[in-house]
Design a protein around this ligand. Structure first.
Ligand code: FAD
Length: 468
């Protein structure tokens, strides 16, 4: 299939118009393709469109439930400074007027940034809102075209044929749950962080929060403002430790839950709790790729994929933007989109299907040899600067460094890779998340670097003004 692509414009469908889909649409159009974006909701922005609504099934296990897309809680502020979060040529700077000027702004500010981006690049005119994609499959004629079947909120169904489909449906909507022995007969209430918005539900209660990464960290502190006690269950805590301050305690993982309402931790501590909040992450989920035979999801590995983007046997007809998690997300969406757009036009060639498959298998074998579980396949960050990877060995950097990944893609499609300042800012920021204490979002000592960054933004603006 790869060799049939010649240099020309393609008719491309983009599924989902969050931060990934928006930049994918822009890059595809810049490359000369015609694009139609399908968005299930009424607005662009995806995850950043906050809603008070939650799913009726508070653990989101019922496959037939009505989906609420966003997992954003009301108090959420970004965990990275805005300067490194934006797309390369549209800096995420303070807006005039009603915005949040902080370096780590609240979620509304991110949404406004994405809306500004959509407006600047006239993206909305290419989007079909309130239109859910239900099925994506190669056409039966096997003519390298793709059938996209969809349904609008008013009930109108349709099918359209495309040369290619770019999947940008996000991966923070389908919860993963921790397995807790005895939980079936534990009488308290349980929710997943996907359905957490505000702490009020937990007033004066004893609450266990499972997970101590970004969401677990934020949510436990949010709940602690109103609850009687909050107990965090963390994989990162050794079995004999029992951290404690104010009404918030840290334990190792849960050993079991019991019918009498108690929960036993692996350090032997027993807590009678009213509620458990699972901040245990999400699963990749592509309900519209039914019985597809080209990608599967196994223990959160989407594969086989060449460089997290192309399924070898079907490239470049279908591609995935945004699978790697952690790291500089918007920048990654942008550079992956440039690659997909340039491959589709034929300006950039992919290796043969066999070579891509060989590469994907070699990558999986390497992860296995290093003892890295499948679910970390798409964990793209720089282990040299990320304490979350404390248990991995330094040589893992070869496999999963985000900068190496960006540089590799940039080389393929002849575009600019990650700026040195962005990389430096990110490396400082990621350490602050883990070692910066509760006030990491409001205290920093990188003023000199920031000055340099704003100097770069000014240069960019002046170049853009000259060329327009
Ligand atoms: P989404 O934003 O989820 O967008 C996917 C879109 O696809 C949605 O609009 C959805 O409606 C649509 N869609 C889905 N299925 C269909 C379908 N079948 N048909 C049509 N449309 C469909 N990143 C940062 O850089 N900084 C942060 O501070 C940060 N904080 C985060 C906090 C939380 C709690 C979470 C969960 C993530 C955070 N992230 C952060 C990561 C975040 O995921 C990315 O920043 C990014 O917004 C994800 O964009 P996306 O486009 O991949 O997915």
């Amino acid at each position: 299939m790869t060799s049939l692509i010649t240099s020309r414009a393609r008719h491309v469908a983009v599924i989902g118009l969050g931060a990934a889909g928006l930049v994918a649409v822009r890059e595809l159009r810049r490359e000369g393709h015609t694009v139609i974006g399908f968005e299930r909701e009424k607005h662009v922005g995806g995850l950043w469109v906050y809603t008070d609504r939650v799913e009726l099934d508070s653990l989101s296990v019922d496959p037939d439930r009505t989906i609420v897309h966003s997992s954003i809680y009301q108090s959420l502020r970004t965990n990275l400074p805005r300067e490194c979060m934006g797309y390369s040529d549209f800096p995420f700077v303070t807006r005039s007027g009603d915005g949040d000027p902080r370096r780590y702004p609240d979620h509304r500010e991110v949404l406004m940034y994405l809306q500004d981006f959509a407006k600047e690049f006239k993206i909305e005119e290419m989007i079909r809102f309130e239109t859910e994609v239900l099925c994506v499959e190669p056409t039966p004629e096997n003519n390298h075209k793709w059938s996209v079947q969809f349904k609008s909120s008013s009930g109108v169904s349709g099918e359209e044929i495309f040369d290619a489909v770019v999947v940008c449906n996000g991966h923070f909507t389908e919860p993963r749950l921790a397995h807790i022995p005895g939980i079936e007969s534990w009488p308290g209430k349980q929710i997943h962080s996907h359905n957490y918005r505000i702490p009020d539900l937990f007033k004066d209660q004893v609450v266990i929060v499972i997970g101590s990464q970004a969401s677990g960290n934020d949510i436990s502190k949010d709940i602690a403002t109103i609850a009687k006690e909050v107990h965090i269950s963390s994989k990162a805590v050794a079995s004999d430790s029992y951290g404690c301050y104010d009404n918030l305690r840290i334990h190792p993982t849960i050993y079991r839950a019991r019918e009498d309402g108690s929960v036993v931790f692996r350090n032997g501590k027993v807590v009678f709790a009213d509620a458990i909040v699972h901040c245990t992450g999400y699963k990749y989920h592509f309900p519209f790729l039914k019985n597809n035979g080209y990608v599967t999801v196994e223990d959160n590995r989407v594969g086989p994929l060449y460089k997290h983007v192309f399924p070898p046997a079907f490239a470049p007809g279908i591609s995935f933007i945004g699978l790697p998690f952690m790291g500089l997300q918007f920048f990654m969406f942008e550079i992956q989109s440039k690659w997909v757009a340039s491959v589709l036009s034929g300006r950039v060639k992919l290796p043969t299907d066999d070579k891509m498959m060989e590469e994907a298998i070699a990558f999986y074998t390497k992860l296995e040899d290093l003892g890295i579980p499948k679910r970390y396949t798409h964990f793209l960050t720089d282990p040299r600067g990320n304490p979350m990877l404390g248990t991995f060995k330094p040589e893992d950097a070869v496999v999963i460094s985000q900068s190496d990944y960006f540089n590799w893609i940039a080389k393929q499609c002849g575009c600019t890779s990650i700026e040195r300042w962005r990389e430096r800012l990110y490396n400082v920021a990621i350490k602050k998340i883990f070692f910066g204490g509760d006030s990491y979002r409001d205290q920093w000592d990188d003023d000199q670097l920031i000055e340099e960054v704003y100097g770069e933004f000014a240069k960019l603006k002046s170049n853009q003004d000259c060329s327009s």
